[in-house]
Design a protein around this ligand. Structure first.
Ligand SMILES: [Zn+2]
Length: 268
């Protein structure tokens, strides 16, 4: 094992976010370099959405730290002390997962296992939801449903695994585990949907060749993102995300025909 001083408490500290790249940080640089840079330097805070918090609630259950989570997040309760409806449903999703032996086996590994390593000379950190030594790496995900998702940029539908970059995450996890143990383990997503009345469960396997391709992407982009982090390269603005909208400064009028050309639409 490669030595490190990361713990559950300091894993996301500003110091360690600067010292290491993680899979969420990498994906946030892929979405918008300027926004990722601003967030890292404390100039911008992304909104913690209910969807994110429900995911963390369910993670905390499987980690055995739900009581601590509840104490740290008073916003999940109503004034009368009851859980808000969406967290009641999260409890139901947990019960559903707990009654499936197959799903539970995948979630029975060591929880929130932290490892560090290096990709393209850039220090990386990972935190595995369920690590089954010598067997597999499992990440738990809560999603809306298992339907394909429309990707505007790609102009087509994608599987949620590609849409949310879980192949990128899998590639980083598999590579860092390999550097620590000498073993290349399979990567699985243990997924629960938020559907009502009944959530759906599935354990997805991401084939190794998909992870190879995703790792190539990480290998080629990580050095650039790291140089941006260190202030050696100027981050690019995506022009479209909340951070870019928040910081945009108008300088000239725009001919509206330009926007139609992008979509190949005729002007009336
Ligand atoms: Zn942006």
């Amino acid at each position: 094992m490669i030595p490190h001083t990361l713990t559950a408490e300091n894993y996301f500290s500003p110091e360690n976010e600067m010292k290491y790249m993680g899979s969420s940080q990498f994906k946030s640089f892929q979405r918008c370099e300027s926004s990722a840079y601003a967030e890292l330097h404390g100039e911008y805070k992304r909104e913690v959405t209910d969807a994110l918090l429900i995911g963390s609630y369910i993670d905390a259950h499987f980690e055995g730290t739900l009581d601590i989570f509840k104490a740290q997040h008073p916003e999940i309760f109503m004034k009368n002390g009851d859980l808000k409806a969406q967290y009641h449903h999260a409890d139901y999703m947990i019960q559903r997962a707990e009654r499936d032996e197959f799903f539970k086996t995948y979630m029975s590994g060591e929880k929130q296992k932290i490892m560090v390593g290096e990709i393209s000379g850039v220090p990386f950190k990972i935190k595995i939801d369920s690590y089954l030594e010598n067997m597999c790496i499992v990440d738990l995900k809560c999603v809306k449903d298992f339907n394909l998702i429309w990707n505007d940029e790609k102009g087509g539908k994608q599987h949620f695994i590609n849409y949310w970059g879980y192949d990128i995450q899998g590639a980083i996890y598999r590579e860092i585990v390999r550097q620590n143990t000498g073993k290349q383990l399979p990567f699985y997503i243990a997924a629960i949907t938020k559907e009502k009345p009944e959530p759906k469960l599935k354990v997805y396997w991401i084939p190794d060749e998909d992870l190879d391709a995703a790792l190539n992407e990480v290998v080629s982009l990580a050095p650039r993102f790291n140089q941006i982090k260190e202030g050696k390269l100027q981050p690019q603005r995506c022009g479209d995300c909340p951070y870019c909208r928040f910081t945009e400064v108008l300088t000239e009028p725009v001919n509206y025909h330009e926007e139609l050309e992008v979509y190949d639409v005729e002007c009336e």
